[in-house]
Design a protein around this ligand. Structure first.
Ligand SMILES: [Zn+2]
Length: 389
């Protein structure tokens, strides 16, 4: 039914805007649409750089975000695993403070989204809505502290990152818990009450499967691609994509070329092995220098590779379960044509060319994630009515 409505609206607009080229249409869509990017590592950048002005590097700054039509970037409060047993909350709160400071200093252009309605308000006022999320939940030292984090704005959290921690096994580390730990399970139960979305990106397959089963909210994978198109552990196998969709969740397609393309990931494996050898034998400086040199030599990916993953997931489970999770500011290389937050129009152009309707494009750009944020807030406000906005 929804599809039919979108198709009819699309047909109507097509008629009304006859004569519009595909390029013009793509540009209009990014101006009109709510664009939610489910994963950006900007809080880490904020610790050392000013992103309120245009920079000659990185993927995000305010001028480029407005140029690209971005509405709501999810800023991941990321804590390196080296802090897991060394005051992780202290580290994470420094990042939160940085995000708040950034919003305060740019309050004419930026707000922090404490509810899904704030995302709509930001769009209406021409502002950027920051959604606070978390990558590696070690800073939440006990599930009982989650309420405080929710109050700080936390809307979505990944239990771990590249390593297995006390909450969950990671997809890129050894198995310790057979999925989730007892404390990890407890975290999800509290998240259910608080309306904090469970994000399964980075989790081992077993941990993700258990987390999807335990969550009463729509599960999300904020920045993950499809393993069927590129067999790396960080990508989602079909059965997990189906499990997420069966509970109304959304998968944000990651822009990192190593996850997008099998050619890049196999070359990357060789480069990374060599990097680790150099790190041991020649020291950090030489190893990092080597890594940077090799980055430029990786096979190229472009906007078509991102659309392939969008299309694959949409064909498997439906377009209402696909979104974007660029991983900007957290990736060392990006696809050609999608180098930063100013380039979403190129993605839209390619999707239109591939036959996606305007309605479908807008769902992927942000409406799908907006739907799950709304659902999460409804649960939060029902359980904690005095927090309702
Ligand atoms: Zn990540």
């Amino acid at each position: 039914m929804k599809r039919l409505v979108y198709a009819l609206v699309g047909l109507f607009l097509l008629g009304a805007l006859k004569g519009e080229s595909l390029q013009e249409k793509a540009e209009r869509i990014v101006r009109e649409a709510i664009i939610i990017d489910a994963h950006e590592d900007v809080p880490t950048t904020l610790l050392k750089e000013d992103v309120s002005v245009r920079r000659g590097k990185g993927h995000f700054d305010l001028p480029r975000a407005f140029l690209g039509g971005l509405t709501a970037p999810c800023f991941a409060i990321y804590t390196p695993h080296s802090y897991d047993n060394n005051h992780p909350a202290e580290f994470a709160l420094r990042e939160v403070a940085g995000v708040y400071r950034f919003a305060y200093q740019n309050s004419d252009r930026v707000l922090i989204a404490f509810s899904w309605k704030d995302i709509l308000r930001a769009k209406g006022e021409g502002k950027l809505a920051i959604v606070v999320t978390m990558e590696n939940s070690s800073p939440v030292e006990d599930p009982s502290q989650l309420l405080v984090w929710r109050r700080l704005g936390l809307r979505m959290a990944i239990l771990t990152h590249m390593r297995t921690n006390r909450y969950a096994d990671s997809s890129t580390d050894k198995e310790k818990w057979g999925g989730l730990s007892p404390q990890g399970r407890e975290m999800i139960k509290v998240m259910n009450r608080l309306g904090t979305l469970v994000d399964v990106s980075h989790l081992s397959d077993k941990a993700a499967e258990q987390a999807i089963e335990l969550t009463e909210l729509p599960p999300v994978a904020s920045h993950s691609c499809a393993r069927a198109l590129n067999p790396v552990e960080r990508n989602l196998p079909d059965y997990l994509i189906k499990a997420i969709a069966s509970k109304g969740g959304v998968i944000g397609v990651n822009f990192f070329p190593v996850f997008l393309s099998p050619e890049v990931s196999s070359r990357w494996k060789e480069v990374y092995g060599e990097f680790k050898r150099k790190l041991k034998e020649e020291g950090r400086e030489k190893a990092v220098e080597f890594l940077h040199r090799q980055m430029d030599k990786l096979p190229k990916t472009d906007v078509k590779d991102v659309v392939k993953h969008i299309k694959y997931i949409a064909d498997l489970v439906g377009i209402e379960h696909v979104g974007l999770g660029t991983d900007f500011e957290g990736i060392s290389v990006a696809p050609v044509g999608l180098e930063d937050v100013s380039q979403f129009k190129n993605l839209v152009y390619e999707m239109l060319k591939e036959g996606f309707s305007e309605g479908e494009v807008k769902m992927v750009l942000g409406e799908n994630f907006l739907r799950v944020f709304r659902r999460a807030d409804e649960v939060y406000w029902k359980n904690f009515p005095w927090m309702a906005k």
